[in-house]
Design a binder for this molecule. Structure first.
Ligand SMILES: *Cc1c(COP(=O)(O)O)cnc(C)c1O
Length: 404
């Protein structure tokens, strides 16, 4: 395995935020596809779908070009119509909201549970239900599962569909069991990747069939069937899209899926390590009050103290070679989106998004890296201002002596 510090390219960071683990197995898989002579949706995609479905104890899955596409197709296949309202998380990536906009429905942001718990609040969702509410999208933030059974009950009570944005939880076995559809991402910085790609799980065969048709122009006979002589022509029975996955990506995804369990375990271990060190060394920094033990641990997020200058902290950590990020900037204030949400007040989400900080987490890291990140965070929060020097993140031993 490549050392996490031997970064390719021109990264200024010694410890990067996230990194895809790719190696010889992926190279062999790509060669296998190239040698086969068939590149567009075919047997590899079919095998990837079946293996992914099996991993989630589901009958089948539908591979698509991205999680954004998966969300859009799920909304459409579940019959969401122009003007319908869809409750969406206020702390999420913009794709969750855009998918709703693509089908001309109205995204209604729901506030979070508390300033240190960024999952959607059921109470606020209850307040935002109207006669036009048709569905809810929940998002398993950072790899920590929402209470899907509770949301499922909420949706039954309000006669709504439930979709899971599962971009952060490709391994979690419960995803897809209680909802009408779940959408996964295989983008380069996710827990498993095929560079770009997505997957749809749905308990409803009709939804899977609709998604399969919509991803390929609403076409009755896909290219592979014609190549194999099963069909000479095709019909278009609805307005679809090109949201297909190709064989190269599917082959990558199958290799990544094989390593997902072991890499998820590494993520949990590193998260446990972070949590222990942060709790001991920096009690003023909050960690999410959710168990990491069965979580997919996609993001290592913490919440900085009220009034803390986060930009300065991020700059000092950058100077120490540690990359950090923010998940997420408030989308309801983005230049393009703000006009849609002029009336929207999300006090808890806004506080969270002002204070949250994401630390490096990927299975290429080890305990020593975690020590160094926490030490860098500590020094960034408490710079030795008199001398003005911020010491670069050092080794484990010096951290241990320092944090006592
Ligand atoms: C990455 C991400 C997406 C979008 O995934 P793509 O595969 O890039 O379309 C959607 N929602 C969340 C929460 C994400 O993190």
């Amino acid at each position: 395995m490549r050392n996490a510090e031997q970064k390719k390219g021109s990264s200024v960071y010694t410890i990067g935020l996230s990194e895809a683990l790719l190696g010889d197995e992926e190279k062999h898989a790509l060669c296998r596809v190239i040698d086969s002579g068939w590149l567009s949706t075919g047997d590899e995609v079919r095998a990837f779908e079946q293996e992914f479905a099996q991993c989630h104890a589901q009958k089948d899955a539908v591979a698509v070009s991205s999680c954004t596409a998966a969300l859009q197709l799920a909304l459409q296949a579940l019959g969401v119509r122009p003007g319908d309202e869809i409750l969406v998380p206020s702390v999420t990536f913009i794709a969750t909201v855009n998918a709703v906009l693509y089908v001309d429905a109205r995204p209604v942001p729901v506030d979070i549970q508390s300033p240190v718990l960024p999952h959607m609040s059921l109470e606020d969702a209850e307040r935002k239900i109207t006669k036009k509410t048709r569905g809810v999208i929940i998002m398993h933030y950072g790899g920590f599962a929402c209470d899907t059974a509770l949301w499922s009950e909420f949706c039954r009570r309000h006669d709504c569909i439930l979709i899971e944005d599962a971009a952060h939880t490709p391994f979690m076995p419960s995803v897809g069991q209680y909802s009408d559809a779940a959408a996964f991402s295989f983008f380069a910085n996710k827990n498993m990747t095929c560079a770009e790609g997505g997957m749809i799980l749905s308990r409803h065969a009709a939804v899977r069939d609709a998604c399969r048709m919509l991803r390929a122009h609403g076409m009755t006979a896909p290219t592979l069937e014609r190549k194999r002589g099963h069909a000479f022509s095709y019909d278009i029975v609805q307005l679809g899209y090109n949201m297909r996955m190709d064989e190269l990506r599917a082959a990558l995804g199958r290799v990544q899926l094989e390593h997902l369990e072991e890499r998820t375990r590494t993520r949990r271990h590193l998260t446990a390590c972070y949590r222990e060190l942060l709790t001991a060394a920096l009690p003023e920094v909050a960690i999410l009050p959710l168990s990491h033990e069965n979580a997919d641990c996609h993001l290592m997020v913490c919440v900085l103290p009220e009034g803390c200058d986060r930009a300065a902290v991020m700059q000092r950590m950058k100077d120490a070679g540690v990359q950090t990020s923010i998940h997420y900037p408030p989308y309801h204030r983005f230049s393009w989106h703000s006009r849609l949400f002029a009336e929207t007040a999300l006090p808890l989400a806004e506080e969270y998004m002002r204070r949250t900080l994401t630390l490096p987490l990927h299975p290429g890291l080890n305990e020593d890296h975690v020590h160094r990140v926490v030490r860098a965070l500590s020094e960034a929060l408490h710079p030795r201002s008199a001398g003005g020097t911020v010491h670069p993140a050092g080794k484990t031993e010096s951290f241990t002596s320092w944090h006592r």
